[in-house]
Design a protein around this ligand. Structure first.
Ligand SMILES: Cc1cc2nc3c(=O)[nH]c(=O)nc-3n(C[C@H](O)[C@H](O)[C@H](O)COP(=O)(O)O)c2cc1C
Length: 209
């Protein structure tokens, strides 16, 4: 691993080397999916398209800080899936307004629909999450009237375990191998910007804000 300098930054009274700052970011990401309230629970996923770029918010579902992977879920028929199949690299953007921290991740994605990765994460989903995969309509198609995204009978109730299984065909997991992460902390005392590169070689460095 190449760390260009031993210099440190002090944030909220705590001093960090680049390695410690990198670890702290991953710890915060790893805590987010299970936390009740956490700004890193959602992220913006930016994709490439034939016309330029696209972006949307998704929920961060799982994090592996050791291997540097994150996962999110989507409808397998969604436009973003088509985009990621053509252009597998994407950007993930996080913002914590309280801590004034932005994280920008460059990732290489892999789609999981009909395999054990999707099976395992589907098995852990609550009925309210599974309900979102029961839509009879392909996401994004034009309709003559508004449609809630699930059959009418589930407007005020959750599907049973067996009824929710109909959503499995529409469920996809997007696995993201993090190639690099850029950290930015805003402060009147001075901004802190750092780059943590993991691929093709690990390299950590401070950046000019
Ligand atoms: C707070 C919030 C969380 C969302 N979470 C997800 C999600 O986890 N997965 C997902 O596919 N869409 C999620 N969406 C909807 C997407 O932003 C987007 O509208 C939808 O997935 C269609 O995007 P696409 O046409 O680019 O595929 C969320 C939207 C909001 C506002």
């Amino acid at each position: 691993m190449e760390q260009l300098t031993d210099s440190t930054v002090t944030l909220d009274g705590k001093t960090y080397t680049l390695t410690e700052l990198d670890q702290s970011c991953w710890q915060q990401l790893a805590e987010a999916p299970e936390a009740e309230k956490n700004s890193f629970k959602t992220m913006t996923v930016a994709t490439c398209t034939h016309n330029g770029a696209d972006a949307r918010i998704t929920v961060l579902r799982k994090v592996d800080p050791k291997r540097k992977y994150v996962w999110f879920h989507t409808d397998a028929r969604a436009e973003k899936v088509i985009q990621l199949e053509t252009f597998p690299n994407a950007g993930l953007l996080f913002w914590d307004a309280e801590k004034q921290v932005q994280l920008r991740l460059t990732v290489e994605t892999r789609l999981h629909t009909d395999d054990f990765v999707a099976d395992d994460q589907w098995a852990e989903l609550s009925p309210s999450s599974r309900k979102l995969y029961l839509s009879e309509k392909k996401p994004g198609i034009e309709l003559p009237a508004p449609y809630p995204g699930f059959p009418e009978q589930f407007t005020n109730e959750l599907p049973s375990e067996s009824a929710s299984e109909a959503g499995r065909n529409n469920f996809a997991v997007i696995e993201c191998r993090v190639l690099n992460m850029e950290y930015l902390h805003l402060s009147r005392q001075g901004q802190t910007r750092a780059m943590f590169q993991y691929e093709p070689v690990v390299k950590l460095s401070w950046l000019a804000p």
